[in-house]
Design a protein around this ligand. Structure first.
Ligand SMILES: NC(=O)c1ccc[n+]([C@@H]2O[C@H](COP(=O)([O-])OP(=O)(O)OC[C@H]3O[C@@H](n4cnc5c(N)ncnc54)[C@H](O)[C@@H]3O)[C@@H](O)[C@H]2O)c1
Length: 428
């Protein structure tokens, strides 16, 4: 495994609530103001057999330290990260004020954007190009310049931009060749998120998709990731309601309680909520939020318990709440002798506060995976996503406990490998 040296550049398409909360948190941790709550890469422990106990992740893995992280972003609005964080309204003024100098330095580059894919937004800070191929080349040039500016040899991209409309798998997604032809002839099935992913992979940069739209999870970009030897992960961060769903549903299945209905509703009032008010963007979210229950309850194995399950997911834009999302789940259960029961869950959370530490973990773990030579979809990172991107034919695990074990096992393997490599180093 290649050790960490030098700076690591974090590339963020989308400088909104999630991205700015992530940036502010990293800097606040670096300044010693806050603890990295919620970040497994910082506070997690993994079992290492020989020691018979759990060891802190940062001590047993050669992760890039937070001091090594540098940042670059793209957005359709020119606001720097300080202004963008204020507009997002997640963090309080006094917290932002202390981080102002750092946040002010992060000014977004012009975005690759098209309203066709995010109908509710429009902004002035957008690249012009004759073809999607030209736009991809412009992003690659941005990436090279951002790396050169800080002397970085490594980078990781996390797509944190608005959710794009739902896209079916199209012919141009099926192979790298077809995709590149599609870029050339402006194929409408190629969304901006896919152009960013293509640019990152061409530059040999690991890519994670924090949002529900289809990005690197198409055969063309899986092919490119394999070809370039780059790890990819996605999609749609598992933060609030779905996190709890993937804890509760396995418990109900283990007890063999029937589930007739699961009604999930959310209200949120941030820009993400505004974008998801569009039917096309909502459809992307609906697809990633909806698939988890089937994966966990296996109605094909238990048709009498789960065959009739009615699963309904709704998201409502409700401005007074801002980023403080509230979700309700009502589950209609069936027990012994067919008697009905109900379970209610009400989570008043903060969307970006839950998402930010996951972005940090993904950056550090994807960088580590790349240094370990791992390529293509990283199913061990399923823990972070509503709709885990796995290799074709590989099973998808949705239950949080299973995902946690996969994560720990993979990190354990890397830690043992790292330790063995250290032991074979010549002693000075
Ligand atoms: N917060 C969570 O818990 C959570 C969980 C899962 C997924 N997500 C997803 O993460 C994404 C970001 O969420 P957010 O709350 O930060 O939203 P946001 O609206 O605050 O930020 C998104 C930013 O992306 C910009 N943008 C849109 N299209 C772009 C493009 N093509 N290139 C560059 N920038 C572009 C927008 O101008 C905006 O500033 C959303 O898609 C959301 O659905 C969030």
């Amino acid at each position: 495994m290649v050790p960490h040296t030098g700076p690591l550049l974090v590339l963020l398409p989308g400088l909104g609530a999630v991205a700015t909360t992530f940036l502010a948190g990293v800097e606040a941790i670096r300044q010693g103001r806050v603890r990295p709550i919620g970040a497994f890469s910082q506070l997690g422990r993994i079992p290492l057999q020989e020691d018979g106990g759990e060891q802190p992740v940062p001590e047993v893995l050669p992760l890039a330290p937070l001091e090594a992280l540098h940042f670059a972003a793209w957005d359709i609005f020119p606001d720097d990260a300080y202004e963008a964080a204020r507009a997002a309204g997640v963090l309080q003024e006094q917290d932002l004020h202390a981080l102002r100098d750092f946040l002010r330095q992060i000014r977004p580059m012009k975005a690759v954007f098209d309203r066709q894919y995010v109908r509710k937004l429009d902004g002035p800070h957008v690249k012009q190009g004759r073809t999607k191929r030209e736009l991809a080349e412009a992003l690659r040039e941005d990436i090279r310049q951002a790396k050169a500016a800080i002397g970085a040899e490594r980078a990781v991209m996390v797509w944190c931009a608005s959710t794009e409309v739902y896209l079916e798998l199209a012919p141009c997604h099926r192979s790298l060749r077809a995709f590149e032809q599609g870029l050339e002839r402006n194929d409408p099935a190629i969304a901006p998120s896919q152009i960013y992913a293509y640019a990152a992979l061409q530059e040999g940069i690991p890519y994670a998709n924090a949002t529900p739209n289809r990005a690197a999870d198409i055969p063309a970009l899986e092919e490119l990731a394999e070809l370039k030897g780059v790890p990819i992960a996605g999609k749609d961060l598992k933060t609030g309601q779905t996190l709890l769903k993937t804890v509760l549903a396995p418990a109900l299945r283990m007890r063999l309680l029937g589930v007739q209905g699961w009604f999930s509703v959310n209200i949120l009032g941030n820009r993400d909520g505004w974008v998801l008010d569009d039917e096309g963007s909502f459809r992307s979210k609906e697809s990633t939020k909806s698939e988890v229950l089937d994966g966990i309850l296996s109605p094909q194995l238990y048709p009498e318990l789960y065959g009739e399950l009615y699963h309904k997911v709704r998201i409502h834009y409700y401005p007074p709440r801002g980023d403080a999302k509230e979700s309700w789940d009502v589950v209609d259960l069936v027990g012994w002798m067919g008697y009905p029961m109900q379970l209610r869950v009400n989570f008043s959370c903060r969307d970006s506060i839950l998402a930010a530490p996951l972005v940090l973990d993904l950056v550090l773990f994807l960088d580590l995976a790349a240094r370990a030579g791992w390529r293509g979809p990283q199913s061990w990172l399923s823990f972070y996503f509503k709709s885990p991107h796995v290799r074709p034919g590989e099973p998808v695990h949705h239950a949080l406990a299973e995902q946690y074990q996969m994560l720990c096992r993979a990190l354990q393997g890397l830690a043992l490998r790292w330790r063995a490599a250290q032991q074979t180093l010549p002693q000075v």
